[in-house]
Each structure stands twice: as structure tokens, then as C-alpha cells.
Write a protein that binds this ligand. Structure first.
Ligand SMILES: NC(=O)c1ccc[n+]([C@@H]2O[C@H](COP(=O)([O-])OP(=O)(O)OC[C@H]3O[C@@H](n4cnc5c(N)ncnc54)[C@H](OP(=O)(O)O)[C@@H]3O)[C@@H](O)[C@H]2O)c1
Length: 296
């Protein structure tokens, strides 16, 4: 049986090689649709929880865009979602369980507020472990005409504000919630960006450098936290349809994206879910691009 499969793989590979293709062996493995696979992953995570305690996450910036899709998906997967943002909880738009009680308002760009954020989370956990910290809140300031803020003209206030939210808040949250994450053998996901590794037509210098630093921080944390059983990864989205996207993005950038479209917040949420699940138990220190091939 194994020999037959190997023979078919070899035949298939030699056909592809002759055509200069690098295709999956899809005649051997008929993959079910991605949703089915993903449904199983969510279900498996949920089923395990049924036997043990409910898993809990802290998600920053859950009110819109990628954060909103992430909170919705984790909550459908049976997780408790503790969230924070500057705006109050909106139960019309955010229909997850205990959303109001588990949401607190905070400006994470003010590092003096971070001890309060950590206290708010600990209060809600009441001694329970934290299975995931997702550092998603971020800001990408543009000029008044919606253009890229260059390294020549960006003000000190903008540099500081961007770095405090995009880099310092993730560091302080990871430090402050270390014990709770260790108790759960939990994981951290930092949301970086394609702009961290290449100059982007809309994202400014402060944003790009803060995301590059966050990618580097991900490696540092992964190394330091691994002996304590905590995994740390990043996801680097490309062009995702949220409020952050510039109005010209689709017209200007989609023609150069191999998949010929922008991504959806849902597609990002699924990768975050995977990284926080047991399915990624040997993945740490990775930065996963989610960009339709834009970096190729
Ligand atoms: N969309 C993209 O194409 C793209 C591409 C690459 C990377 N990303 C990254 O993905 C993450 C999410 O982006 P998004 O597109 O979903 O953005 P978004 O739609 O603008 O949402 C940002 C979220 O962060 C919260 N937030 C902003 N400033 C905050 C502050 N000072 N304190 C606390 N919370 C704050 C916002 O809530 P409040 O306004 O209520 O505070 C909101 O929930 C960001 O880190 C971003 O850099 C996005």
C-alpha cells in the first residue's frame, strides 16, 4: 500500500517536473474545503475545553477590523474573550458572551496606563490562567491628505505615540501577564505587518519601524518564554479590508498581489486561532505572512 502511494507520488512529481510546475499531489490527497478543516480545528479545541476549563484570551483592539473578527471566532470556539480598546463595548456589533463585563476601556498608547490594564485583566481572571495574549491594537497614522508619513517629516509625538501602542504595550502586557500565561502554557500572538519588512506606499516610517521592532520582539520573547512553556508568534498581514486600509489600496495594490484581491479580517483571525490552538504546539518564534503572496 505504502509502495503504491510512493509510486503514484513519484509519477506525479515527474509529470510536474516535466511541466515545470510545483503543484500539490491533489490526486492523492483530496483536501476537504478549508472551512471544513478549520471547523474541525475549532471543534477539537472546543471539545478539549468541554473536558477541562474554558480557555481565556486577552485581545487588544477588539472593537473593529481584525480584532473584531478574532474575538468573534474565538468566542465561537468556546473561548472567553477579555478585550480592551479606547471605545466602550458595543453589544450590537460584538455579540460575544460576557462581552460587556470582560471589556475595559484604555488608551494603550499611554504607557502609564499599562499597569491599570494588567490590573484589570488580573481582576477578571481572579487567579485563573491566561491561554492567549493577542497584541492586535495598532495605529498607522497618515498625513492629512491620507499619504505616507515619511522619516523626514514625522513628528516626535507621532513616533512616540506609534511606538508606545505598537511596541511598548505588547512588551508590558507580556511581562505583566507572564505568570498567568505560564500557568496555562499559553501563547502570545503579535500582529506585525508586511510594512515591517518593506517600504509600503501608504504605511509611514514610524509604523513600519514599530512593526519591524515588534517582529524582532517576537523572536526575543519566543526565546525567553520558551523554557516556561509559553509560545510566542507573530502574524504579518498585507492588505486587509478594515478601517486602516487606505481608500486607494484596492486600485493601486491589488494588481500586484498574486491572489489579486485584498484579504478579509476573517482570514487573519483563522491564522491567529491556529497559532493559539494545540494544533500549533511546536510553533514558536514564527512570523506568518497573510498577504495573498504580496511579499513574493
Ligand atoms: N488592515 C490591514 O491591512 C493591516 C495590515 C497589516 C497590519 N495590520 C495590523 O493589524 C492590527 C489591527 O488592524 P485593523 O486593520 O483591524 O485596525 P482598525 O480597524 O483600525 O482597528 C484597530 C483596533 O485597535 C484599537 N486601538 C487603536 N488605538 C488604540 C489605543 N491607543 N489603545 C487601545 N486600543 C486602540 C481600536 O479600538 P479603539 O478605536 O476603540 O481604541 C480598534 O479596535 C494592527 O496592529 C495593524 O497594524 C493591519
Amino acid at each position: 500500500m505504502v509502495a503504491q502511494i510512493l509510486l503514484r507520488v513519484r509519477r506525479r512529481n515527474s509529470k510536474e517536473a516535466a511541466l515545470g510546475l510545483d503543484l500539490p499531489n491533489d490526486d492523492l490527497i483530496r483536501e476537504p474545503r478549508a472551512e471544513t478543516h478549520f471547523g474541525r480545528l475549532v471543534h477539537a479545541d472546543k471539545a478539549r475545553d468541554g473536558r477541562r476549563e474554558q480557555k481565556t484570551m486577552l485581545l487588544t483592539g477588539a472593537s473593529r477590523g481584525i480584532g473584531h473578527a478574532t474575538a468573534k471566532l474565538f468566542s465561537e470556539g468556546g473561548w472567553r474573550v477579555i478585550s480592551c480598546a479606547r471605545q466602550p463595548f458595543d453589544s450590537e456589533r460584538c455579540p460575544w458572551e460576557a462581552g460587556n463585563d470582560d471589556h475595559f476601556q484604555i488608551d494603550l498608547s499611554n504607557h502609564r496606563m499599562l499597569p491599570r490594564a494588567i490590573t484589570e485583566v488580573k481582576k477578571r481572571l481572579a487567579g485563573a490562567p491566561l491561554h492567549a495574549l493577542v497584541n492586535n491594537a495598532g495605529v498607522s497614522p497618515k498625513t492629512s491628505t491620507g499619504n505616507r508619513m515619511t522619516s523626514l517629516t514625522t513628528s516626535t509625538e507621532t513616533w512616540m505615540g506609534v511606538f508606545h501602542l505598537n511596541l511598548v504595550a505588547p512588551i508590558l502586557l507580556a511581562q505583566g501577564l507572564f505568570d498567568e500565561l505560564r500557568a496555562a502554557s499559553g501563547s502570545i500572538v503579535n500582529v506585525t505587518s508586511i510594512a515591517g519588512s518593506r517600504v509600503h506606499p501608504f504605511a509611514g516610517s514610524a509604523y513600519a519601524t514599530s512593526k519591524a521592532a515588534l517582529a524582532s520582539l517576537t523572536r526575543e520573547l519566543a526565546y525567553d518564554y520558551a523554557p516556561h512553556g509559553i509560545r510566542v508568534n507573530a502574524i504579518a498581514p498585507g492588505e486587509i479590508k478594515t478601517d486602516m486600509l487606505s481608500p486607494d489600496t484596492e486600485a493601486r495594490l491589488v494588481p500586484s498581489i498574486p491572489l489579486r484581491r485584498v484579504g478579509t479580517p476573517d482570514e487573519v483571525a483563522k491564522v491567529i486561532f491556529f497559532l493559539c490552538s494545540d494544533a500549533a504546539s511546536y510553533v514558536t518564534g514564527a512570523e506568518v505572512p497573510i498577504n495573498g503572496g504580496q511579499h513574493l
